[in-house]
Design a protein. Structure first.
Length: 190
């Protein structure tokens, strides 16, 4: 019976973390015309993955990405759905790979790096026709360079913002983030 309660807790936590991530995702700073904003969606997804493991973390991130697609009501290209909306939040599940006090930081770093690569690939494969002659004062002649610069301008600040907020909340939430604060209960106890 312990396994049923553990899975139920993980599913309930996934729903809560998806809702928290969705709300945090609406508090974004849009900075680029064809998409790209600064937000802290990496933080709750990485915390969830640290608490529940890589598999649950990836699944929860992918579910969040799917809900984001449905909420937006439109999608430029089906491959963009995968590369821009599903893979980046699912990559935050990689935080479940790490152990120790810095695992959420490392998870945010790895997840954002994988998400950045996915966004760059999307820019190269799908959005290359949007490449201007000049971007941020730099001449653009190479689609890889343009996609890299375009996506770094929002992914890196999002990663740094998530890490900064984690630093602020880490101490008060240490038991919640790193410990199993919910005791396992059996059906006989309920």
């Amino acid at each position: 019976m312990k396994n049923i309660n553990t899975n139920t807790r993980r599913i309930v936590e996934a729903a809560l973390f998806i809702a928290i991530t969705f709300i945090i995702g609406r508090l974004e700073f849009r900075i680029l015309p064809q998409g790209g904003s600064i937000s802290m969606v990496a933080l709750p997804l990485a915390i969830y993955a640290v608490r529940n493991g890589i598999g649950w973390g990836i699944l929860t991130g992918a579910a969040y990405g799917t809900i984001t697609i449905m909420w937006s009501g439109s999608l430029y290209h089906p491959l963009s759905g995968l590369l821009d909306f599903i893979i980046p939040p699912a990559a935050m599940g990689l935080a479940g790979l790490f152990s120790g006090d810095h695992r959420v930081y490392l998870g945010i770093l790895l997840g954002c790096s994988v998400g950045l690569l996915s966004n760059i690939l999307s820019g190269i494969l799908i959005f290359s026709h949007f490449m201007p002659d000049v971007f941020l004062g730099l001449p653009m002649g190479n689609i890889f360079f343009y996609s890299f610069i375009y996506n770094v301008t929002h992914v890196v600040p999002s990663m740094l913002l998530s890490m900064f907020v984690l630093t602020l909340i880490k101490r008060p939430l240490k038991r919640f983030i790193f410990g199993q604060d919910l005791p396992e209960r059996t059906i006989s106890e309920t």
